[in-house]
Design a protein around this ligand. Sequence first.
Ligand code: MG
Length: 374
Amino acid sequence: MSNLAAYAVDDANSRGRAVVEPRPKARSEFQRDRDRIVHSTAFRRLEYKTQVFVNHEGDLFRTRLTHSIEVAQIARTVARALELNDDLAEAIALAHDLGHTCFGHAGQDALNECMQAHGGFEHNLQSLRIVDRLEERYGAFDGLNLMFETREGILKHCSPARARELGDLGQRFLDNRQPSLEAQICNLADEIAYNNHDVDDGLRSGLLTLEQLQQLSIFARHAAVADAEFPHISGRRRVHEIIRRMIDAQVTDLLAESARRIAVTAPRTLEDVRTAPSLIAFTDTMQAEHRALKSFLSEHLYHHYQVLRMTTKARRIIHDLFATFVAEPRLLPPQYQLMATTESVTRATADYIAGMTDRYSMKEHRRLFSVGNP
Ligand code: MG
């Protein structure tokens, strides 16, 4: 912690926890946050939640858990190289997807459709709701009572209406201010991680081909470098040599451009960071390649007909579950029935469904809908 830049977040300049607690003995406050996240129930469930592929489709694809670990690895590297608080970056990265539903983006969209007339559903707000309220682990408070800056990093985006309800934490969206540099790093580490691992998983699944990927300048360039260095390799080993170069190029570019922006803006305090424009960024050239990669994946992978078949089924499962529980709340497990009395049946149902893993939601659907099935 001694090598931190003056504008990094640390225990001393943090806005602390909502409920005051004794200082940890052998850890920093942000290490304690990371540890609380790792021990949470929502974190363990990430193992059985997916982004693109359904959990049971194959053992080799990324899950939300391995994705979060990849994000944490990239975020820590970047934070440490820029003399920022890598414990905070790690905590945010490990928590950033806690609020995701089963079945990835399709699940979130379906639950949001169900909740349209009841305040909506947004995974990023759900991550915050989990760490602030839903985890039941401590005698003195609901949730994990995380540090302000960890919670701020989890809340990546937010509508003005919702920001007003969130008080202190939402204020920056109303004032148009930035979060910490550690939070900014996590946003881009997330994108670097999923763009590259989706290329890998897309190839592994056979939904993407090497010929298609050659259209992308970033892929073609690094394929040429890998082929020149290792002309004899092929298959998975070649794919890995290409993808690791793509990740390295993006991280290196991010580090250089961010260091340049920090040098130009010369923030002296955390407050300077908050009022400056975003300082963690790619160069324009890399930003363009990054965008091309994203739209390529959207077109060829996320909208591949085999993925769409899965997402259509996922949507149906979520709509069925939601309608059933809202019509008959006594079918909800007891803690959610209790939540329904303190909040609303729709919110309690959304919490229950959002917490489900892919396989649990399918099992629950079978239990409720198929006659003769246990
Ligand atoms: Mg993510």
